[in-house]
Design a protein around this ligand. Structure first.
Ligand code: BG6
Length: 469
């Protein structure tokens, strides 16, 4: 692999951060006035998740947030990205506010600020109140647009004096397709026609909230987080290069063009029409989309994808890649893989950042990047995760290179701060700087242990990146 060799130089106010999401860490699923989210219900159905794991207790952050923030402070974190559980604030999705839930996030935010850590708040990280799912089918109804805006405007009003960066929705491209095309996330639907209609409604909700944020004159910045996986052509055959173009327009531009420009790319629109899929647009939607331009793009980067030309036209649209004309995913022989078979490709992050800058010219916040691995707690309470240090280091070097090339990157939030629940892979897929003593079978002691990567990142932050190499 080519090593990137630019001198290390991150901006002075670079947000050295780390991330989490409410359902994956909080636990206390039925405490403090909270009512169930779609994930609480879905994970209690048999065989929906790995070994039937769920977030009932998760890593008990709800009860241990003070200890967790103390660890963040010790590490010297400059920013912490977390999500607010909608059902903790509005247990019924809308209407009555749950003051206990508000208090929890007040305490968390205040403690972060007192500890010198900037809170970055994700408004929606997939845990829709079940009440809205039951009432009108959740994201399948346009009613959710107003309810989402109502929830978000409460957050802006109440926490806006202390929060500078807001993420509207996390990985719309993942939760919509997993939920309505693959049937692997709630509500467990496999229907491409419904999936694209849901996707359009999420676009409208996202745009409406961004527009609202701006029109209320809020201080701070707002944008969505997108799961970006750049596609490469497997070789230099023109057919494969065209397949790569199709893949990128479908997998990335299809969402990002709507976020930034308020329009769907014409190639995707044409393709969907050809195969009989409607976006469910109504007159006036284009205006809403155009008014919701974000201040920055949040990027979750884990891996790249490789594609080859494939002339077989599938008979049904049961997977997203089959929707893409003439393209098929293939393995990339140049890249190693993680324990969970995800490619490891730091240069792919530089490619991502370069492509984003070329197309949109907006600041970028890396909202997730990390390595899911099996970690071992040694008898003396250590976790020697050199593999994670190498992964993070290479990705930060790639970011540094992109910054040197002229991309504006305002911060980096690793995934994740503590170990946490992986939606479909249980507790053994660990991402954190802090090991949590629990497994798929039981919550064990839930004690926290600093991994080697904790001490490494501490030095990176302290030196503003200079200690990377
Ligand atoms: C992103 C999500 O898709 O990737 C996170 O925003 C998630 O919530 C992370 O945990 C890693 O995915 P996984 O499947 O390894 O847990």
């Amino acid at each position: 692999m080519r090593s990137l060799s630019t001198e290390i130089s991150f901006p002075d106010n670079f947000l050295w951060g780390s991330s989490s999401a409410a359902y994956q860490i909080e636990g206390a699923h039925d405490e403090g006035g909270k009512k169930p989210s779609v994930w609480d219900c879905f994970s209690h159905e048999p065989n929906r998740t790995f070994a039937n794991t769920n977030g009932d207790i998760a890593v008990d952050h709800y009860h241990r947030f003070e200890e967790d923030v103390e660890l963040m402070k010790e590490m010297g974190l400059k920013a912490y990205r977390f999500s607010i559980s909608w059902a903790r604030i509005f247990p019924e999705g809308t209407g009555q506010i749950n003051q206990e839930g508000v208090l929890f996030y007040d305490q968390l935010i205040d403690l972060l600020i007192d500890s010198g850590i900037e809170p970055i708040v994700t408004i929606y990280h997939w845990d829709l109140p079940q009440a809205l799912q039951d009432r009108y089918g959740g994201w399948e109804s346009r009613k959710i647009i107003d309810d989402f805006a109502y929830y978000a405007s409460f957050l802006f009003d109440h926490f806006g004096d202390r929060v500078n960066h807001w993420i509207t929705v996390n990985e719309q491209n993942v939760f919509v397709m997993q939920g309505w095309l693959f049937g692997l996330h709630p509500p467990g639907v496999k229907d491409s026609k419904r999936a694209f209609k849901v996707n359009h409604i999420v676009n409208l909700a996202n745009a409406k909230v961004i527009d609202l944020f701006h029109s209320l004159g809020n201080k701070g910045k707002i944008g969505p987080s997108f799961a970006y996986s750049p596609a490469y052509s497997v070789d230099s055959s023109p057919e494969s290069v065209l397949a790569m173009e199709n893949f990128n327009v479908f997998f990335t531009d299809f969402w990002l063009d709507v976020y930034v420009r308020g329009i769907y790319p014409s190639f995707v629109r044409k393709r969907l029409t050809d195969i009989g899929i409607s976006l469910g647009e109504l007159p006036g939607d284009d205006v809403v989309l155009r008014r919701g331009k974000p201040d920055f793009i949040g990027i979750n980067y884990y891996q790249s994808t490789s594609v080859t030309f494939d002339e077989t036209e599938p008979k049904n649209w049961s997977s997203f890649s089959t929707l893409v004309k003439g393209a098929k995913k293939v393995s990339n022989p140049y890249l190693k893989k993680t324990d969970w078979n995800w490619t490891i490709d730091p240069i792919g992050l530089a490619v991502t950042l370069r492509r984003l800058e070329s197309r949109y010219q907006l600041p970028i916040l890396i909202t997730e990047n990390g390595l899911g691995a099996h970690d071992e707690l040694t008898e003396d309470g250590c976790i020697h995760d050199q593999y994670r240090i190498s992964y993070l280091k290479e990705h930060l070097i790639a970011i540094n290179e992109a910054i040197a090339d002229g991309v504006t990157v305002i911060g980096y939030c690793s995934w994740s701060f503590t170990d946490l629940l992986s939606w479909l892979n249980g507790y053994k897929k660990r991402y954190g700087f802090v090991y949590v003593d629990r497994d798929d079978e039981s919550a064990r002691t839930l004690e926290r242990y600093r991994k080697d990567s904790f001490h490494w990142y501490q030095k990176v932050i302290e030196s503003n990146g200079l200690n990377l190499i």
